[in-house]
Design a protein around this ligand. Structure first.
Ligand code: NAD
Length: 490
């Protein structure tokens, strides 16, 4: 553990590493532990309790036991707990950011940005908790009154990915707590520490036992499937790959479970000939390099009008070449490692495929570093339309640039994917912007903007990118049922 400094060790030691079930920290029933690795070095940082399927059922039982009292808790009290957790996170942001960088790899300033974003969901939903309301009206024909009430859906299961270890949790936990739901969270196997730290913050903030239960495990499917098939579970919210999402939707069919799915993306980044190229390059750096390219919203492919493609690619390459790659804890590092060897190998094979078909690397193009899972920030020019990298989610710091000739061509290329999470559009022509935004088959569009994520906006996709929305006014609806009461009043 030579690479781990004293401060890093102190931050690691402060995190509880048990399972968090019914308000208590405990070992798994098997006593097994799960190693957490530093992706910058491949070294084991620490280990956490590795939940068995029986532990998962204990967590569900705790959530079920806590549900009624939590639903009956005053909305203001639920909101105050969220607000307290928000403040505690912001007070400890330096330690939490270091912890996140250790387990996930991205540079500390990026971890801070994620933690701020994550905490904002708790603040936003602390404000929404007191605004859940139904309605009362006279039936159109008179003679009866219509009452609708909003009620919490009940115990939930949340399964979250490693790329945003805290924010993908708080986007679900915030609205669920606000709505009066209890929950079991299964964080990503690679990054359990941020979620365990969050659980301890919630406990300190006064969240009652059983409302939030956290069960890291190396056997995700074995733990989650019995919960999904258990009639006491009322809601599944999943963020992760489309492949796993499909499986979970299938399992959910058995008890017709309410489901929200935030799945993979293949975001097109369109640059029209009238675009402000400075803004487009800035937006491209942000949309590509945020989170080392490991974001579902990452610009996956750059379609640029043929008259500006050469200049755009050269300028993007100069910007990416200037980024410093290294361990995310080091000062001045911009780009950390990828999460693991498998992810690094996937990125490498997509680059090799494109180059093999005639693309050229303007910068980067290879893995780098003696240890860890680093890949150079890369710009590929002249990428042919049949390259795999245009069709598959890259999840790494690689920008393939290809050209289009007309607006119709651009929109057709953008929509030519099973995914539909986000698209980016750079143009100064308002009418073109609106026409293109309307025709894009995505849940979100960045218009002259390289970042769409915002706590007050409904985040989510269409097509194979999933369904349901997180954040905004829509986010809490995912955790509410509408009950209608017909009242006779002759
Ligand atoms: P993944 O699907 O492999 O894993 C996601 C989660 O599911 C993890 O907690 C994992 O342990 C768990 N899991 C894996 N197999 C499972 C199974 N059979 N049953 C139940 N749970 C299982 O995805 P990943 O590699 O961790 O994350 C990257 C993916 O997540 C990308 O495709 C990315 O686009 C997507 N993502 C989407 C959003 C969004 O909001 N749309 C946000 C972030 C990431």
């Amino acid at each position: 553990m030579e690479t781990v400094s004293d401060r890093e060790q102190a931050v690691l030691s402060a995190v509880p590493t048990g399972l968090f079930i019914a308000g208590e920290w405990r070992e798994s029933r098997s006593g097994a532990r799960l190693d957490v690795e530093d992706p910058a070095t491949g070294e084991v940082l620490t280990s956490v309790a590795n939940a068995t399927p029986e532990d998962g059922m204990d967590a569900l039982a705790a959530a079920v036991d806590a549900q009624q009292a939590w639903a009956e808790t005053a909305p203001r009290s639920r909101g105050d707990i969220l607000r307290g957790a928000y403040e505690a996170i912001m007070d400890r942001i330096d330690d939490l950011a270091l912890l996140m960088t250790l387990e996930m790899g991205k540079a500390v300033p990026e971890s801070k940005a994620e933690i701020t974003y994550a905490a904002e969901f708790l603040r936003w939903f602390s404000e929404e908790a007191v605004r859940v309301a139904g309605r009362y009206s006279m039936a159109p024909a008179g003679g009866s009154r219509l009452l609708t009430m909003k009620q919490p859906v009940g115990p939930c299961l949340f399964i979250t990915p490693w790329n945003f270890p805290m924010a993908m949790g708080t986007r679900k936990i915030g609205p669920a707590v606000a709505a009066g739901c209890t929950m079991v969270v299964k964080p990503a196997t690679e990054t359990p520490l941020s979620m365990l730290a969050l659980a301890s913050i919630f406990a300190e903030a006064g969240l009652p036992a059983g409302v939030l239960n956290v069960v890291p495990t190396s056997s995700a499917g074995a733990l989650s499937e019995p919960l999904i098939r258990d009639p006491r579970l009322r809601k599944l919210s999943f963020t992760g790959s489309t492949q796993v999402g499909r499986k979970l939707i299938e399992q959910s069919a058995e008890q017709v479970l309410r489901v929200s799915m935030e799945l993979g993306g293949n975001a097109p980044f369109l640059v029209f000939d009238d675009a402000d190229l400075d803004a487009a390059v800035d937006g491209a750096v942000q949309a590509k390099m945020r989170n080392v390219g490991e974001a579902c919203t990452a610009a996956n492919r750059f379609h640029v009008h043929e008259s500006v493609a050469g200049e755009f690619a050269d300028r993007l390459a100069a910007r990416l070449a200037a980024l410093r790659v290294g361990r995310g804890t080091d000062d001045g590092v911009d780009v950390g490692p990828l999460i693991n060897a498998k992810q690094r190998d996937t990125v490498e094979s997509l680059v090799d495929d494109a180059v093999g078909r005639g693309a050229s690397a303007l910068t980067g193009g290879s893995r780098t570093g003696d240890a860890g899972y680093f890949f150079e920030p890369t710009v590929l020019a002249d990428v042919p339309r049949d390259a795999r990298i245009l069709a598959e989610e890259v999840f790494g710091p690689v920008a393939p640039v290809t050209t289009f000739t007309s607006d119709d061509d651009a929109v057709a290329l953008a929509n030519n994917t099973e995914y539909g999470l986000v698209a980016y559009v750079f143009t100064r022509d308002v009418q073109r912007a609106l026409r293109v935004c309307e025709r894009l088959e995505t849940g979100m569009v960045g218009l002259n903007a390289g970042l769409v994520s915002n706590v007050a906006a409904p985040f989510g996709g269409v097509k194979a990118s999933g369904f349901g929305r997180e954040g905004g006014f829509e986010g809490i609806e995912e955790f509410l049922e509408t009950k209608y009461v017909s009242i006779a009043l002759p």
